[in-house]
Design a protein around this ligand. Sequence first.
Ligand SMILES: C[C@](O)(CO)[C@H](O)COP(=O)(O)OP(=O)(O)OC[C@H]1O[C@@H](n2ccc(N)nc2=O)[C@H](O)[C@@H]1O
Ligand SMILES: Nc1ncnc2c1ncn2[C@@H]1O[C@H](COP(=O)(O)OP(=O)(O)OP(=O)(O)O)[C@@H](O)[C@H]1O
Length: 281
Amino acid sequence: MLQSIILQAPAKVNYRLDVIARRPDGYHELRMIMQRVNLCDQVSIKLIDGNEIKVSCGREGVPDGEGNIAWKAARALLDLAGQPSGVEIAIQKNIPVAAGLGGGSSDCAAVLLGLNELLGLGLSCEQLMEIGVKLGADVPFFVFQQTALAEGIGEKLTPLTGLPPAWVVLVNPNLPVSTAWVYKNLQLTQRERLATIPDSFEDVASICRVLSNDLESVTIPAFPVISEIKDELIARGACCSLMSGSGPTVFGLFDDEATARTAGEALRGNNDWFVAVVETV
Ligand SMILES: C[C@](O)(CO)[C@H](O)COP(=O)(O)OP(=O)(O)OC[C@H]1O[C@@H](n2ccc(N)nc2=O)[C@H](O)[C@@H]1O
Ligand SMILES: Nc1ncnc2c1ncn2[C@@H]1O[C@H](COP(=O)(O)OP(=O)(O)OP(=O)(O)O)[C@@H](O)[C@H]1O
């Protein structure tokens, strides 16, 4: 039986994020277009003797052990399996933390997928997504592993197959933003909603036509640098730019690699921002 596995846990960007309503439990009904990009954490999972779950990450601001969302994923699957062994998880973080890129949720999904294999549980994607949503609203999307329309609190997923690939420049101004704080401060007003998702997107410019994120109305006034980054990406040739998730990471979409790389270089020269030039997956 396989004893260990190494998985790449990708980041996501939200091409679209409409907040539809606030639920009585404080969560929000959403309608989102979610896309994975190839900036990845590396998650190594190993079955060990005993019954301990060990998580090491070595990144400031990310807890080792029980506070790590990857630990919670391991706890859930070991409980289901009747605790047949212990687990050691090592996370090499490449995705910025509390950045709007879903890094923790992706690590969590990688542990669900990896342990399902290692423990031979045979759980379906739907079953893993059900376990995942209890750990974080973005987790089901990373279990689903496809570009998707996400509804509910993020757990109702429909595959979107017609989106063209794009080059993506991610720029994070190194200001951690709390997702809970952003949702709490959101004023729900009547906004234009995306009634139907187009059947096909012929090029990157057609993705640009649906780009919108309701959470910008909270995060940008608090961190105006986000607007400056959006403008800078456009000035450097991006077809369009938007804040991802609850922010503060901004992404620019490009239809060619050379322009994306030149833009990435230009923005990298700026302050101590994190900049990555990646592709959609
Ligand atoms: C901003 C996004 O990343 C967009 O993809 C997600 O909506 C956030 O997903 P997440 O970080 O996995 O969310 P969770 O860890 O479940 O919740 C963090 C906090 O965000 C708020 N939250 C999250 C999802 C949602 N649909 N409504 C919410 O109001 C809740 O107040 C919660 O306390
Ligand atoms: N494996 C993990 N990786 C990153 N953060 C983690 C992890 N486990 C727990 N956390 C905690 O979760 C918080 C934010 O996580 P994350 O980086 O996933 O946020 P995010 O990128 O803003 O996600 P989202 O787009 O889903 O809002 C941090 O405060 C961090 O301490």
